[in-house]
Write a protein that binds this ligand. Structure first.
Ligand code: ZN
Length: 259
């Protein structure tokens, strides 16, 4: 089963139909979806296509009340999408959100690294990439050991820190959607993932770097084939066996979601 762990949807007319067609075309069975504009729309689309779409709720750290997480869990969301926090991701003011997510078994997909410009909203929200640095998730992984953390974009451009996080934290995963594979070479990742063997430090589920990677696209639906091909090419260049490729493209995510 192929699972895309990073898909944006919206209330735009025909959005879900376009996504489903693109998934069919690219052999993607299921997708984790989130709608930054409307959690209600996200849930409605997922309820209409429960065999294809998996709902993640958008929570604005520092702006939404903590109880939002409880409501999202009750409504059937399987995870949270987090971006543009009012403070650093490791700020103790955010711990109640993470604690609730851990309690309800909601996976937390954090945007990490450089964030797109958002026009006038940048100023209004005081957007600041430095609050979303991947290393800020170190404290979150330690404080909430039963919380599953996925760092979208692996902290781009802080891939060194992202790779070390993947090595040390059993509850830390990453995706390589975005521009990481456009500006970093396969050899660069080969060097980052030098730890592809068990050691006395490695965790049971963490001695193979690509067991911590989940496939995600985060692109317009007519371009899903591009990140898919880039990520496949990386795994091939680094001689990953078929069972690891299968895990990246869905097996690991299916396990995390209990599918
Ligand atoms: Zn995204």
């Amino acid at each position: 089963m192929v699972i895309d762990a990073h898909v944006h949807i919206s209330e735009r007319e025909g959005c879900t139909d376009e996504l489903l067609r693109a998934m069919d075309k690219n052999g993607i069975d299921r997708a984790v979806v989130f709608d930054g504009g409307s959690n209600e729309n996200c849930l409605a689309q997922c309820r209409a296509h429960p065999d294809r779409l998996i709902p993640f709720g958008c929570v604005q750290l520092g702006r939404d009340p903590y109880v939002t997480v409880d409501f999202l869990a009750r409504d059937g969301f399987r995870g949270l999408k987090l971006i543009r926090p009012t403070h650093n991701y490791n700020d103790e003011r955010f711990w109640p959100y993470y604690g609730a997510a851990e309690r309800f078994g909601l996976i937390c997909l954090f945007h990490t690294g450089i964030v797109a410009r958002g026009g006038a909203a940048d100023k209004e929200r005081r957007d600041d990439t430095s609050r979303m640095k991947v290393i800020l998730l170190d404290a979150v992984c330690r404080q909430f050991p039963d919380l599953t953390v996925i760092a979208a974009h692996m902290g781009n451009p802080d891939h060194e820190e992202g790779a070390m996080m993947a090595r040390w934290h059993p509850n830390f995963y990453f995706d390589l959607s975005g521009s990481s594979l456009l500006h970093r070479t396969h050899d660069y990742f080969r060097n980052l993932f030098w730890w592809d063997r068990p050691s006395r430090f490695s965790k049971r589920n963490a001695y193979r770097p690509f067991e911590k990677m989940v496939f995600g696209t985060d692109e317009p639906y007519d371009q899903l084939h591009e990140p898919m091909a880039e990520q496949r090419a990386l795994l091939e260049a680094l001689n990953q066996p078929p069972e690891i490729v299968e895990k990246v493209f869905g097996g690991t995510m299916a396990g995390l979601l209990g599918l």
